[in-house]
Design a protein around this ligand. Structure first.
Ligand SMILES: O=C(O)[C@H](O)[C@H](O)COP(=O)(O)O
Ligand SMILES: [Mg+2]
Length: 302
């Protein structure tokens, strides 16, 4: 049963128990480019209390550097080495886990942030924002010469998805021997300030259906992101028992935290609604704590 936080004492107890605070972004800190009320003050408060703060997002549209610019624009203190996005995790996975040979390329369905992380990791790629692939023209195999060096297809949130990209990705996975099907994450929906949009998982869904197989998904809830954080954050004494994951989605953030042995705090400013955690149809994924918004922790300021 989740503990519903409400009093100042509840938040003081949370502050005492956890030294490392992992924050999901979309639906927790902001919806699109609109900050959740109180998020800035709460992050400042945690830093004032010498808490370690990390940002762990499945949103693969931005690189760590892009996210740093977004945080700066929104007036939120953040440092590049505190930001872990699924674009960065995917690039690390391809280079350090898959150890894809240097003469192989990745066919990308995704945006410039994902391309930037692949470049920074020294991974050759094609597709992505290439104008040749960003077309609404109908696609024909007659007019296409596939690249035989493509060794993986990587699919992330792509707000310019089209039939050409899906057709090329499908054929690389069908034709190129050993071509690996990767997804940065599989969130079904994407929360914006104006409402829900199809998420990264809904961008890769046509490929899953056409191929009859699932991709290797890298983002939350998979442990890859946590492994990435532990590997890159060597300066920090990472104690899972004193770490809390703050998220808005049960099947990514909360499952990620639980699988990693972390405490979990669900907020209701994003995807998950009250009816999913209470009543007869409640999800079997139960967070340790629930509060309406991360802004509620401003109770600590009084
Ligand atoms: O569709 C997506 O990629 C996700 O909805 C979105 O980007 C999730 O981001 P997060 O909540 O992990 O920050
Ligand atoms: Mg979220």
């Amino acid at each position: 049963m989740a503990t519903r936080l409400s009093t100042r004492e509840d938040y003081v107890s949370l502050l005492d128990k956890y030294d490392t605070w992992l924050f999901d972004c979309d639906g927790v800190l902001w919806q699109g480019d609109t900050l959740v009320e109180g998020a800035t003050e709460v992050l400042q408060l945690l830093r004032h209390h010498k808490k370690a703060v990390m940002f762990v997002t499945n949103n693969a549209t931005k690189s760590r550097k892009n996210y740093k610019k977004k945080f700066d624009t929104l007036g939120v203190e953040a440092h590049v080495d505190e930001i872990y996005g699924s674009a960065f995790a995917a690039a690390v996975y391809i280079s350090s886990v898959m150890k894809m040979p240097k003469d192989k390329k990745v066919y990308v369905i995704g945006m410039d942030g994902l391309e930037e992380e692949l470049r920074d990791e020294g991974i050759a790629y094609l597709g992505g924002t290439d104008p040749e692939d960003n077309t609404l023209a109908s696609f024909s195999l007659k007019n296409w010469t596939p690249d035989p060096t493509v060794g993986a297809v990587l699919c992330g949130l792509d707000t310019s998805i089209n039939y050409t990209k899906l057709s090329k990705a499908f054929n690389y996975l069908l034709r190129n021997e050993g071509c690996t099907f990767l997804a940065t994450n599989e969130d079904s929906t994407y929360p914006t300030a104006e409402g829900l949009l199809p998420g990264a998982g809904s961008v890769s869904a046509p490929l899953r259906y056409a191929l009859g197989k699932d991709p290797v998904a890298i983002g939350k809830p998979k442990g890859t992101m946590l492994d990435c954080i532990k590997a890159k954050w060597v300066s920090h004494d990472f104690d899972p028992k004193r770490t809390i994951m703050v998220g808005d989605r049960l099947n990514t953030d909360i499952e990620f935290g639980k699988a990693g042995g972390l405490a979990t705090l669900l907020v209701l400013t994003g995807i998950t609604k009250e009816s999913e955690i209470t009543g007869p149809n409640a999800s079997p994924t139960v967070p340790d704590y629930v509060t309406n918004s991360i802004g509620d922790l401003r109770a600590l300021l009084s």
